[in-house]
Design a protein around this ligand. Sequence first.
Ligand code: ATP
Ligand code: MG
Length: 637
Amino acid sequence: MSYPYQLKSYEEYKQAWQHSVTDPEGFWANVADHFYWRRKWDRVLEWNFKDPSVKWFLGAKVNITENCLDRHLGTLGNQPAIIWEPNDPEERHRVITYRDLYNKVCQFANVLKNNGVKKGDRVCIYMGMIPELAIAVLACARIGAIHSVVFGGFSAQSIADRIQDAQCSLVITCDGAFRGAKDIPLKAVIDDALMACPTVKKVIVCTRTRTPVSMLKGRDVWWEDEIKAVETQGNPPCPAEEMDAEDELFILYTSGSTGKPKGVVHTCGGYMVYANYTFVNTFQYKQGEVFFCTADIGWITGHSYIVYGPLSAGATTLMFEGVPTYPDAGRFWDIVDKYRVNTLYTAPTAIRSLMGFGLGPVNHKDLSSLTKLGSVGEPINEEAWHWYKDNIGKGRAPIADTWWQTETGGIMITTLAGVTPEKPGYATLPMPGIQPVLVDEQGKEIEGNGVSGNLCIKFPWPGMLRTTYGDHERCRTNYFATYENLYFTGDGCLRDEEGFYRITGRVDDVLNVSGHRIGTAEVENAINMHAGVVESAVVGYPHDIKGQGIYAYVILENLSKDPELTRKDIMQTVSRIIGPIAKPDRIQFVSGLPKTRSGKIMRRILRKIAENEMDNLGDTSTLLDPGVVDEIKRGRL
Ligand code: ATP
Ligand code: MG
């Protein structure tokens, strides 16, 4: 497959971006022309940010799975679509070609139909990272059912909340999941969750861990038995359901870093075009390369860059069941070596944790196949950026620091690997089609370079959210009501003298110290540069003189013998790197930080603790390890 819309030089990028601003409809129509539509659009775009109402490719008919599967069969049928690496390196890996994947998706789509699933029904998917998860996702899309994937690590309560919110009628799960040394009993968790979910009529259970499970008569069926039933029916084909471009494709809940998770809704046509366009351009994918995104499909990164982006581009996507530190901290590098991975796309939290193990696990691994690197999820601090660049990319591979959100569907601001410039700590430049603006508190646009403000987007793009499920008003107030006629991202941002963008953290987290606006990421970045610091998180708290003081939670490699001196040293480092204004007022040493299950620091909890509002911590259901919070509370300064 070739990608006529893949930008090959900085010059081409600049032209494309300009074109996308002067003629957005023409720009996106040109890209969309390279997909398979049952019927093309009557109009490219209709929108207003007031309601909000955004529609792309109006009147077009499409099925995303025909773009991910059917259209590749002629030329790429025998190409690996998915390479699957199991949790246990001793277990056999699997290679699924495009033809295999097509057959399996059709088969399982028929299973869903046999179990009563129809177009528009919501299906909750709660599985580990096995190929059947991707198959389940695509099978839903094949028949027009709306999937809601819930990360296979959430508690029964969190799943129940999501199932109720979306009114799902069917759940697809596994007996259990392997993650590192752990064995998670998924079906047992689902059983607990379903006690509060009367809308669920059927549960399909795929075998993975052979953990004993209870199967409820009339409700629970085995994946394998259902496949046999379809085989007995003679494996009938499963024609793709014809979807309107604006029909809902999936619901996905945000990570919950800033509050109760939101059920973000994406639609068929625009999401498909945007996931594909951003994949092909950010990572400069070339036919035959192996692309390894380490995210879980339970997050938007997995949706867009393990499943839909790569498969719609006929790429080979590597899916890894386990965790970066199992059986040891060299696992990612073993995988890169074993499959000659060309692109690695991971998160700063993983990089920082692997940095902590030193170079032992990296040395003697052949990483020469890697030509492109990616980062997503949080601002990447400079130390981690350089470690990644030097030791993993061997100084050669460009890093795409990709800023985006569940709500944006795909990458928004990034370096196009090897094509546009990179700069440590900077997401750099907007994707063609994306018009970022910085605004002040009143919503007034801050023009020019060398400025910072709240990051908004002023024009729609095909991959943007259309609503929050079942509650359009929430979508409006969350994203479109803060500033008139703008999509508000919730993130703070700096645009440097050259026009490059740097995300400085959530707006709620931007500190205002004696009238100076300082991003939490800036201060953390400086603290992390101090020798012996593993990770840190910074929040503001009320301060009589400064308005806001800076409270830092810091993890050290080794317990400090003289904490007072170490505090002063850290302050000295921050003072030298940013300036005395950014010196933390309080530094608390901790052994861990509260993180979401996608690895992000929940600063809102740390802020409450710093503000001494310990009884009012808000929604903590997406927290990875609640025990950390108690320890931090006890050690509060
Ligand atoms: P919630 O919206 O429920 O609070 P969340 O914002 O963590 O959760 P996601 O959609 O998974 O949910 O994360 C998007 C956010 O992650 C962005 O708004 C931004 O704050 C951060 N982020 C993602 N990528 C980057 C990046 N490359 N640089 C800086 N920040 C990033
Ligand atoms: Mg968010």
